[in-house]
Write a protein that binds this ligand. Structure first.
Ligand code: AVJ
Length: 327
């Protein structure tokens, strides 16, 4: 096992990619190798994720889009708390194809609001801003590129208006439940009583459907995972051979945890400028968790993180839920 400190070169640690390098080496020197899924989203990763969202097996986006399209009036009413003027902060906004329906409804109701999309990918924020302004040049939009809580605290400090914090698309599923609870608690601490959150949760369902969503036939999800190895090669100077890894996905109905792995097809060594990472045949890198919830677990999380559940919106199949909580 490598010593993390020795594996770090001073220039890389202090450079623009310092945090990335640190996280990667830390993950790959663990007893069970892992990489943080937040690094999936470079330009190519954004593109691959858009292809995942459009693919037949990935039901999440279609379900949430249906919820928002069909129940937007009720959702808008639930998030506003009767206020005419407010700020909408969307964490992990992505390309915003679903949010646009909500913003449309609010604009047509003559509400005055500022939309503040937060994302780690500046690339996707540019795309989002361009799309939204093309559809509605009047929209008051303030994109914030960076980590969620830094940007949330910044967004909150900009005005004393009513706040609506949105975290859609089952992005919350990328955290294990204990971290998701801490995350919600942290949001609650950043906002004030009466403010609202709108969070999208993927629900537990037939395990075959869940596994199919994360191991699509066309291999887009596999490419999405392999792209992080490619990104590590180009940005951190590693020499991952993408052909030596296969993609594996597991779902445990008892815990609701859906996990993605890349599996080394043979014993080999991957070289970084300051570290060698050894793989045995069959060894896995845990790439991502996509946690699924029951409605009662979701309500429990609301209460445990200091919120009061207000409304639950589900699609006709009961596969996905967007919930509104009151701080
Ligand atoms: C963007 C985190 C919601 O976990 O469902 C899709 C990412 N990973 N296919 C998810 C993803 C593989 C997605 N989230």
């Amino acid at each position: 096992e490598q010593n993390v400190q020795e594996a770090l070169s001073p220039t890389q640690v202090t450079g623009e990619n310092g945090a990335f390098y640190l996280d990667v080496i830390q993950g790959l020197t663990k007893e069970f190798k892992t990489l943080p899924s937040k690094y999936f989203y470079d330009k190519q990763g954004d593109r691959l994720f858009q292809r995942i969202m459009a693919c037949e097996d990935y039901y999440l986006t279609r379900c949430e889009a249906a919820i928002i399209r069909q129940q937007r009036e009720q959702i808008c009413a639930a998030i506003q708390n009767g206020e005419d003027s407010f700020d909408i902060i969307e964490l992990g906004a992505g390309d915003g194809t679903k949010t646009v329906h909500l913003l449309d409804s609010l604009a047509r109701q003559g509400k005055s609001f500022r939309y503040m999309p937060v994302d780690i990918s500046g690339n996707i924020l540019d795309e989002l801003t361009g799309n939204l302004l093309a559809q509605n040049p009047e929209l008051n939009i303030q994109p914030l590129e960076g980590e969620y809580f830094q940007m949330l605290d910044q967004a909150v400090s900009l005005s004393s208006l009513h706040k609506v914090v949105m975290f859609l698309g089952s992005n919350i599923g990328n955290m294990p439940p204990a971290d998701a609870l801490r995350f919600c608690t942290r949001i609650r601490q950043s906002i004030r009583p009466g403010d609202r959150v709108l969070i999208g949760f993927d629900l537990v369902k037939d395990p075959y459907l869940i596994r199919a969503a994360y191991s699509d036939q066309q291999g887009i999800t596999k490419a999405f995972n392999l792209n992080l190895l490619q990104r590590i090669n180009s940005e951190l100077g590693a020499d991952f051979d993408l052909d030596l890894f296969d993609h594996y996905c597991s779902y445990d109905p008892l815990t609701g945890a859906c996990k993605s792995y890349l599996v080394s097809q043979r014993k080999h060594t991957v070289t970084f400028p300051n570290a060698d990472i050894h793989f045995s045949e069959g060894e896995c890198i845990w790439m991502e968790i996509s946690q699924k919830y029951t409605l009662s677990q979701i309500n429990q999380m609301a209460v445990d993180s200091g919120f009061e559940p207000v409304s639950t919106f589900t699609d006709s199949k009961g596969w996905f839920a967007d919930v509104v909580w009151k701080a």
